[in-house]
Design a protein around this ligand. Structure first.
Ligand code: ZN
Length: 255
């Protein structure tokens, strides 16, 4: 992976946003491999495809590229709310790739926000554009990155260092089975994972999880079987390879 972009491509484009788009898309196409399978590269989609910039021809995984000088941490501004929420519900949302670059177009970081982690709860409706706007009434969305468990952000490049692709793929691919679950089921899994991370411990037991029962109940006020659900989700996280069962009722987080 070469972290220097080809700025000569910007010649002929007047607007800074067009230049940034051309340069970053070219870099992505030449350097980035599919995280979801073993394919060496991903392909640009037609310019008319809304909110999807790249697709893997081997496994069909989709990627949306966003370039920043400094990437957002809390809210990521995205496209139309209706189309994003629809794609999230249908399980066709793209993996969001956040690229950070310096003024002289060196890539300092590339972070993938895993598509399996995009559930309706993290897609925030923005206020419609005012009557004087060009697209009056149009409703966009924000992705609430700070609501995601840390596992949903997978570093491909950070601080100018390229991470080994085997590690990146392992961390990405273990969450692919989540995509086959409904958004409700995924919501439970992701909340459980978030709570596990909140403990900030390498190992924990069921009592530690039960102690956070109120937080689960707040998210799912109609569920009367929270503890059963927590145990079921811990089993699922074990099947995904996120944690291991040790002695009875004790869990150990894996890397
Ligand atoms: Zn692929």
């Amino acid at each position: 992976m070469n972290l220097v972009c080809d700025v000569s491509l910007a010649t002929g484009y007047k607007s800074a946003s067009q230049q940034a788009r051309v340069i970053s898309e070219d870099w992505f196409a030449r350097n980035v491999y599919c995280l979801a399978c073993e394919a060496d590269s991903v392909q640009r989609t037609g310019a008319n495809t809304r909110a999807t910039d790249f697709v893997c021809e081997r496994c069909s995984h989709r990627y949306e590229l966003k370039t920043f000088r400094r990437r957002p941490r809390g809210r990521l501004v995205d496209g139309a709310f209706d189309s994003m929420i629809q794609r999230v519900q249908q399980g066709t949302a793209p993996t969001l790739c956040l690229l950070e670059r310096s003024d002289d177009w060196r890539i300092s970081s590339l972070t993938a926000i895993h598509s399996s982690f995009l559930i309706p709860e993290v897609v925030e409706r923005r206020r419609p554009l005012g009557p004087r706007a060009k697209r009056a009434g149009w409703v966009g969305c924000n992705i609430r990155l700070n609501l995601l468990p840390i596992d949903g952000e997978i570093s491909v490049v950070s601080d100018g260092i390229v991470h080994p692709f085997q590690d990146v793929r392992t961390r990405f691919q273990r969450f692919l089975p989540l995509a086959e679950k409904s958004t409700t089921q995924r919501g439970w899994t992701l909340l459980t994972l978030k709570m596990v991370r909140k403990l900030k411990r390498g190992s924990f037991n069921l009592q530690d999880m039960y102690a956070m029962e109120d937080e689960f109940a707040r998210a799912y006020p109609n569920n009367r079987h929270i503890r059963d659900k927590i145990r079921q989700q811990l089993q699922f996280l074990r099947d995904l390879g996120v944690l291991r069962f040790e002695r009875r009722g004790t869990y150990k987080l894996l890397n």
